[in-house]
Ligand binder design. Sequence first.
Ligand SMILES: [Zn+2]
Length: 350
Amino acid sequence: MFRPQVVRGAAGAAVLAAGPLAPGSASGQEVFRECATVLTPGEAARALRLQAAGAYTGAAPEAVTRIGLTFHVVRTSAGTGGLEQARLDQAVIDANWGFAAMGVQFCQVGPTRFIDNSAFYSITSTSQANALRLIDVVPGTINCYFVNSAPFCGISSFTFSSVQGIVYNNSCVGLPTNRSTFPHEIGHYFDLFHTHETGMGGPECTNGSNCATAGDLVCDTPADPNVLGQVSNCLWVGSASPPCGGLPYNPPVRNFMSYSDKECRDHYTPGQNARGAATLANLRTELSRTLCAPPCYPDCTSDGALNLSDFGCFTTKFALGDAYADCNQDGARNLSDFGCFQTKFALGCP
Ligand SMILES: [Zn+2]
C-alpha cells in the first residue's frame, strides 16, 4: 500500500506529496511518486537526438493552437465512483491557464467516456497504467484517463514513448489546492522534462554552463536539485550543494515541471513555451487542430448553418438577458447589439 504523505503548503492546505523516489518497494508494489513519467536511457538518447536535429526550436505557432482532450473516467465494474464532471471541467480551465503563454488552448472533445472495470479503478503499478492507456483510444486527441487511486499523481508520455496518453490520480486533479498536476503532465506530452531531470547529461550546473545538454535541456529554467519535500511557503528550504561548484542553487519552485508544492507551481518559462510550441508543431502532428475550434458567433443555434433561426435564437437570448446577446461586448444589452449581430451575420462563418 502506498501512503502519500500529507504536508502543509503555503495556504495551510493539505497536499499530496510523494514518498521515496525509488521505482519499486520491497513488496513489489510501487511507492507513491509525484509523477511516474520517467525517461529511460534509450528515451533520453532519443530526446538528445531530436534536440540536436532542431526539433525543439523555431516553430512557435502564429496563432493559438487548439487541442482536444478525450476524458476517460474509470469507474468500478458496477459503474460506481469516478471523477465528477465539474472536476474535469476545472482541469480544462487549469490547462488553459497553464498553456496560455505557450499559445495552446484545450477543450474536451465529445462526452466523457467511462471505463467500468474494477481492475483499473484503483491501480497500483505503472504496468497497469500502460494497459489502461490502450483502452478506447480516440485518435487526434490527448487521451486522459482518471483513476480512483494510483501510486502517482500522474503519468504521461513523451512524443517518443511507446505508450501514449496520460493517467491521472483523481486526488490530484481539478482542485483549488492543485491546479498544477494537470498542466504538468501535458507538459511532458509536449516533451518538457522535469526541471531536475538528470537522464540526459546529468545534473545541470547552477551557472547554466551545460544547460543545453543537461538537466531539462531548457536554459532559462535554473538548475534544480529536486525540491520534493523541501518547499515551505513556496520557497526552497533544502540544502543541496551545487554539482559543479560555484553558485548556490536557486531552484524554480514555481515552475510547473518542478516537484514543488502543488499550489506553488504556476508557469512555464519562455524557453519551455518555445520548446513546447515547437514540439507541438514538429512532433505532435497527430493531434487534430480543428476539434475545438471556437464557435462562430452568429451561428446562435450552433447547427453549423446561418439562417433565419439564428435571428430568432439571438432575440430569445436577448430577451432572457443571456450574456451571449451582448454582441459588442460593451457590458450592456441594447439596440446596438442587434446591429452588431446583423453585421456579424452578414460577415458569415468560415
Ligand atoms: Zn512529471
